[in-house]
Write a protein that binds this ligand. Structure first.
Ligand SMILES: Nc1c(N[C@@H]2O[C@H](COP(=O)(O)O)[C@@H](O)[C@H]2O)[nH]c(=O)[nH]c1=O
Length: 143
């Protein structure tokens, strides 16, 4: 997770309204894929890391700094759907995503797919990456 946070950090401020997320896919102590959200907010970190891991992602664990999205604004497959389709065994997240595109929905999708889901790992270290994002989301929700 510390590596995922380090990947996300340089992208803070470069991803538009999207949060800067880091994702590391690990199996048997080997990194199969690692990425951060792209400039402008897309692609999402998990999309990039899963593309690197390919078929080997089956049975792997993903460490993601923010809860994977449950829906995409474009209607494309969400990151939680992609992680499930790739056959991940476990997804470990640092922080919750309060967006209407996540807000517990990503966690629910992963659990429904039989994936072990844990949230809160190194949350205090990752949270500063999302301070302005979370503040903007809470204003949106109140509006
Ligand atoms: N950047 C990012 C996420 N961003 C979350 O996904 C939502 C939909 O994004 P979009 O379809 O691009 O508009 C966005 O509002 C935010 O909540 N999620 C992730 O799993 N990984 C990522 O790297």
């Amino acid at each position: 997770m510390r590596r995922a946070i380090a990947l996300a950090r340089p992208q803070v401020g470069r991803t538009g309204e999207n949060p800067a997320v880091g994702c590391v896919i690990l199996k048997d102590g080997r990194v199969l894929g690692e990425a951060a959200t792209g400039d402008g907010g897309r692609p999402h970190a998990e999309e990039l890391a899963l593309a690197q891991a390919g078929e080997a992602a089956r049975g792997a664990t993903a460490f993601v700094t923010l809860e994977p999205c449950a829906e995409r604004s474009s209607g494309a497959a969400s990151c939680s759907e992609r992680l499930a389709a790739a056959g991940m065994s476990r997804v470990v997240v640092a922080c919750a995503d309060p967006s209407v595109f996540a807000a517990g929905g990503g966690a629910a999708r992963l659990r429904a797919a039989g994936i072990v889901f844990d949230q809160g790992l190194l949350e205090a270290e990752a949270a500063p990456l999302y301070a302005s994002y979370v503040a903007a989301k809470s204003l949106e929700i109140r509006r």
